[in-house]
Ligand binder design. Structure first.
Ligand SMILES: [Mn+2]
Length: 288
């Protein structure tokens, strides 16, 4: 697997699920982007940035206000630091046109990152949920380049209809799936770490909405799995969001409390860098 060198302080977030119905999530996330531009040396968004993405041409043709704001915010980040976009199960059709538009580069899934804390495997995470056989069958089809090219060649109205059908189908299917089926399969995690190479000790992924740190052993080597939180400040009583920081001291999972997320949304971070640093030192932010 190719290694992508990303030196310096690296911030990683995923599963923001931006869309027309999530103004509070967008506000907090835009605050996070301002903070990343000021404090990080690189930012990776590891999939499901958008709740849905039916093609760059549709998205960029005449963006609705929420999308225009998100695209502007991403452009402002990439003007300061390198920005990478990964694909999730909802926005796997993000292509080079969007990347170019926001000044980002596209990431492979999984990606092997050479960081200040050593080599780290990064994935969206849906590929490890092997117990969900129906989803894996669907994934094999929609991640096929030929299928994607055929879909993107369809008229816009037809693509919208298919996307709406697929979303509805996924929602009704997930209603009957158990928690176990929707989480990663331990065997898949071990295989991924094994294939990544003997010097890889950490895997970071999102998708499952079960943020946390898990120790595991692969071929007698101590490894760690960090799960990125999803972001939601609109459809829940317990607002949530967060990110992982990688630096010379290691890997850190940040899950700010609701008040901090609200402050991130309200405050323009840039002029007050010093106080922003205290977010990372705040005892409530490090759950581990
Ligand atoms: Mn996902």
């Amino acid at each position: 697997m190719n290694r992508l060198p990303i030196p310096g302080r690296l911030w990683i977030a995923s599963d923001v699920h931006l869309g027309p119905d999530s103004p509070a999530t967008a506000a907090a996330f835009h605050g996070f982007l301002r903070q990343a531009a000021a404090q990080a040396d690189a930012l990776i968004l590891a999939g499901d940035l958008f709740d849905a993405w039916t093609g760059d041409d549709i998205g960029l043709a005449s963006p609705e206000p929420w999308l225009r704001a998100a695209l502007n915010a991403l452009q402002q980040v990439s003007a300061r630091i390198p920005l990478w976009l990964g694909h999730g199960n909802r926005d796997f059709l993000i292509g080079p046109a969007l990347a170019r538009y926001v000044g980002a580069r596209l990431l492979t899934d999984p990606a092997l990152l050479d960081t200040d804390a050593g080599p780290v495997l990064l994935a969206h995470g849906d590929q490890y949920c092997l117990a969900d056989r129906n989803y894996q069958r669907f994934r094999r089809i929609v991640r096929n380049r030929g299928v994607q090219a055929a879909y993107l060649a369809l008229p816009v109205a037809a693509r919208r209809r298919i996307a709406a059908w697929a979303r509805g189908r996924s929602r009704s299917a997930n209603r009957y799936k158990t928690q176990t089926i929707m989480d990663v399969t331990p065997h898949a995690i071990a295989t991924a770490l094994r294939e990544a190479g003997p010097d890889v000790h950490a895997l970071i992924h999102g998708h499952t909405h079960r943020p946390g740190r898990h120790a595991l052993t692969v071929d007698n080597r101590a490894c760690e799995r960090l799960v990125l939180p999803d972001w939601d400040l609109d459809h829940t009583a317990t607002p949530r969001g967060g990110w992982v920081v990688i630096d010379t001291e290691g890997l850190h999972l940040h899950q700010p409390d609701a008040a901090t997320l609200a402050e991130m949304a309200a405050v323009d971070i840039l002029p007050r860098l010093k106080s922003v640093d205290s977010y990372c030192a705040h005892p409530g932010i490090e759950p581990e």
